[in-house]
Design a protein around this ligand. Sequence first.
Ligand code: NAP
Ligand code: MG
Length: 475
Amino acid sequence: MPFEYAPALESRAIVDIKPSYGLFVDGQFVEGHGTPFKTISPATEEVLAEVAEADEADIDAAVKVARRAYDRVWSRMPGRERAKYLYRIARIIQERSRELAVLESLDNGKPIKESRDVDVPTVAAHFFYYAGWADKLEYAGRGDDPQPLGVAAQVIPWNFPLLMLAWKVAPALACGNTVVLKPAETTPLTALLFAEICQQADLPPGVVNIVTGAGATGQALVGHPGVDKVAFTGSTEVGKAIARSVAGTHKRVTLELGGKAANIVFDDAPIDQAVEGIVDGIFFNQGHVCCAGSRLLVQESIVDDLLERLKSRMSTLRMGDPLDKNTDIGAINSGEQLKRIRELSEVGDAEGAERWEVACDLPTKGFWFPPTLFTGVSQAHRIAREEIFGPVLSVLTFRTPAEALEKANNTPYGLSAGVWTDKGSLILKMASSLRAGVVWANTFNKFDPTSPFGGYKESGYGREGGRHGLEAYLK
Ligand code: NAP
Ligand code: MG
């Protein structure tokens, strides 16, 4: 007799969401001159707040403010002084971690378990880590006296709103750059709370500026002639457009784009551990993860056993209210993303793959998609080639390590991969032959600020995290 969990709701009383938000420029909230937009909770479609849209004039003002702060204050400040601000920000993030986690889950739809235990602690860790670098940049491998680039234009997606902000802002500031950052249209609230944290930390005005809006605002920001560096995380399509728009300018660029990672399970793998890793690889954050293990490659001899255990484990995943501490799977971030997931899954059906999904009642309000897997997938199927960016796993099989490698590398992407086997030699062989920026062995989705992250091929260029992450922000 399976037991039921009683609801364990995290209180939202800790967050004080204002009815409307302005842009954060020069250390203050100011009005935007575009058309304000609403941000909603994707779990309930409740409107959370109205947010200002930055138009071209607002972007111009923010970039000028960032330039002034760069010239007069931040680039001249000794690294050990910049470090103090970064440490202070890290400490405030820890102090306000519950508030940040609740707000992130409300605005994004991700389970509180994840925002509380993964996103926010990793955000603080990034600020601590790069605070440590600020006075040691001569050891970064960029010469004796490495210099910052200037004003960084940073554009981030909605899947890890605050974590992507941290990946971008912490190294930029540690190296002496100032920033203008645009969060995604559907998830601006934690970036705006971060703006308040900058005020609380007495960060000099203009060092961090947050401009909200949608694609047009991002385009105006990266296209502004006054920025020296563009850092973008998002889709490969927009990444390509950005690369074209900055070609021939003085701007330096890093791009973190999409992925279609192979998660490869050999017949000698610890199978229950592998099942946990497969579940984490594709269902963590509703599969809205650029490095998600969305292509499962299983050695043919164990596929039946593995799929049986995987389905049984998937059936125990709890889907529902993101603020419930028992929830494993939250809401899809937007109606638009849900439509895309549905469409690609229907293409999977039409192309002859076999769909299996967890039987569960979906809430009537909000955007939901059950954990799903497709078997009978061939390499030619679109669900094996294109990024679905949702809780959908495509299962393929292989017989030999060579075939696994061939299939794993048969993708335009190259962000991450996973290998499950008992043999160390096989791990090393696979890791060195997989064309992927990160290869996890007998684990998946492990992130640490000391470890560089980034892609090959159409997954982008440049690295974030670790000492490598400093290169993106130093001459
Ligand atoms: P997206 O459409 O490319 O959006 C990313 C950001 O760029 C958003 O802030 C977006 O604004 C903005 N933007 C849209 N058009 C733009 C333009 N022409 N110029 C400048 N900025 C523009 O990506 P998404 O679909 O929202 O996010 C999911 C994608 O991000 C997936 O493909 C995923 O793989 C990728 N991703 C990669 C990583 C990584 O580290 N490699 C991490 C997370 C996500 P609005 O969305 O507000 O309109
Ligand atoms: Mg988008």
